[in-house]
Design a protein. Structure first.
Length: 277
């Protein structure tokens, strides 16, 4: 059986030096900072919008840094993002991810910009899933990639044993339909905290969080209350305002700046043109 233990993970930003070079040491420092606050699952190299600025060599460097980090606790569930505009490079990364014992699962995204057909996208996923003997979450994000996974295509892909669910950052109204096209238990990950109560009402059962980089305990408690149907508008007003602030402008810039401001961890800059002033 393929499964992941935690229903809440935090998508961590990637640290860069001032010259925009990859800073793996600080990235892992932030991961440990989250763990020390009680976080049990993180996603590296995915969701924050930075993945496609990384070359294959940099993704492999980040992956290798996780393997070499003996200080990472055994009970920390680490997911790794796999996606590329070129299937060949996605396969190379997938093979290394599969061989890395620190990685518990994969968030598998679709290629940006090139607009594959549904058949091409299905074959892309099937080829990558074949080399990954770990749980896989599909990541459908039409706003960023220009590609939107059809329900019929999803219905075929979810039959693969190691695909356990989907994170769909598109139309939340599709959530019940995604659940209905399969006869096996699947996880639907809410992509971010915006409109989270509605996403959960529609059937989302897990959360891939960005705001949790700044407020891990509060966001997880907020998510858990919504999931259990015991949310309190008065109690939740504070964290909802904080979440709004994270996503009001450029979320990755805001998150990096706030981490740097309030901890001893300098996450550095974003890669331009992000952060241009």
């Amino acid at each position: 059986m393929y499964d992941l233990m935690n229903d809440f993970h935090i998508a961590v930003p990637t640290a860069f030096y001032d010259n925009e070079d990859l800073n793996t040491e600080t990235t892992l420092q932030h991961v440990m900072h989250l763990y020390d606050q009680g976080v049990k699952s993180v996603l590296v190299c995915g969701t924050t919008g930075e993945q496609h600025s990384l070359s294959l060599a940099e993704k492999l460097q980040l992956l290798e840094s996780l393997d070499a980090a003996s200080f990472l606790p055994d009970d920390l569930e680490i997911l790794f993002g796999v996606a590329s505009i070129r299937q060949k490079e996605a396969l190379q990364l997938a093979e290394k991810v599969n061989a890395n014992p620190k990685i518990s699962g994969v968030l598998l995204g679709f290629p940006p910009y090139i607009l594959p057909s549904q058949k091409e996208a299905r074959l892309y996923v099937e080829a990558i899933a074949k080399v990954i003997n770990k749980p896989i979450i599909l990541y459908n994000n039409p706003r960023r990639t220009g590609f939107n996974l059809d329900l019929d295509t999803f219905a075929e892909l979810i039959k693969l044993a190691n695909i356990i669910g989907i994170k769909d950052a598109g139309d939340s109204a599709r959530i019940p339909k995604l659940i209905s096209v399969t006869d096996k238990k699947i996880y639907v990950y809410a992509g971010g905290e915006i409109d989270l109560d509605n996403k959960i009402a529609l059937g989302a059962t897990r959360l891939s969080s960005m705001a949790g980089n700044l407020y891990p305990t509060e966001v997880e408690a907020y998510f858990t209350d919504l999931l259990r149907g015991c949310a309190d508008k008065t109690k939740d007003a504070g964290i909802e305002e904080k979440i709004h602030n994270v996503f009001a402008d450029n979320s990755i810039i805001y998150i990096k700046n706030e981490i740097t401001k309030h901890t001893q961890i300098d996450m550095g800059i974003a890669r331009s043109p992000l952060g241009n002033l």
